[in-house]
Design a protein around this ligand. Structure first.
Ligand code: SF4
Length: 229
């Protein structure tokens, strides 16, 4: 079995507590207009055209043990800082079997206390979500919109599936936070937040500020960023 990754970033600080390594999995069922990792959307290898005529291929295949070994490189620093590894993307749960096998290999390799986190859109089949969620120490679950039509318009996905998964997450016993990526004029009004509070129903709710550099990678892929920057 192999899985496809487009970046492994060490010493990340915003994807969970302590020192972490974040692995960005390739492939996502959504097409969020504000996506700042467009090379994570397609599962296919893609060539990115960088400054100075340089190119880079987005995508690398790993076997679970090989990825786990790579992620375990900083295990000492992770353990001493209360950190660990985070699966991000793209949507990590589109490669659920691979992620599951990598977590198992990682836990076998690293016997110190390090945490395994997930960043997910929740736009995956509930049976997959329910199988994978209990394997994480904590989950950052996106809450991109509260209105089904707006969710479809801006992400291409179905809100009902995400809400079903959030309902499961609340009962799972796994520590989690709901995260709203604040997109000006799209999902960030006071009325919108009243809806997010209603959905969260007391659960932890975080606001992620809009990234003004979100559109930077689109020209590298020969694509156009859809939002005004
Ligand atoms: S869910 Fe994340 S990776 Fe997928 S399109 Fe949206 S922002 Fe990009």
């Amino acid at each position: 079995m192999t899985g496809r990754v487009f970046e492994i970033r060490e010493f990340t600080l915003h994807d969970g507590p302590g020192v972490r390594t974040t692995v960005f999995m390739k492939g996502c069922p959504l097409r969020c207009a504000w996506c700042h990792n467009p090379e994570g959307q397609s599962f296919d290898f893609e060539t990115m055209h960088l400054a100075g005529g340089r190119t880079k291929v987005a995508g690398a295949d790993f076997e679970p043990e090989a990825l786990a070994k790579e992620l375990a490189t900083n295990a000492d620093i992770m353990a001493s800082s209360g950190g660990g590894i985070t699966f991000s993307g793209g949507e990590p749960l589109t490669q659920a079997d691979f992620v599951e096998a990598t977590i198992a290999a990682f836990r076998k390799m690293v016997d110190r206390k390090v945490t395994v986190a997930l960043e997910t859109s929740g736009a995956v089949a509930p049976e997959v979500y329910r199988r994978l969620i209990p394997q994480f120490d904590f989950v950052y679950q996106d809450l991109k919109h509260h209105d089904a039509d707006a969710f479809r318009k801006w992400t291409g996905g179905e809100l009902s599936m995400v809400l079903e998964n959030i309902a499961f997450l609340k009962t799972s016993g796994v520590e989690f936070a709901l995260r709203v990526p604040m997109i000006p004029g799209v999902n960030d009004s006071a009325a919108d937040f009243a809806e997010y509070e209603r959905i969260a129903a007391g659960a932890k709710l975080e606001r992620l500020p809009y990234n003004p550099l979100a559109g930077a990678k689109y020209p590298q892929l020969g694509r156009k960023y859809q939002l005004p920057v």
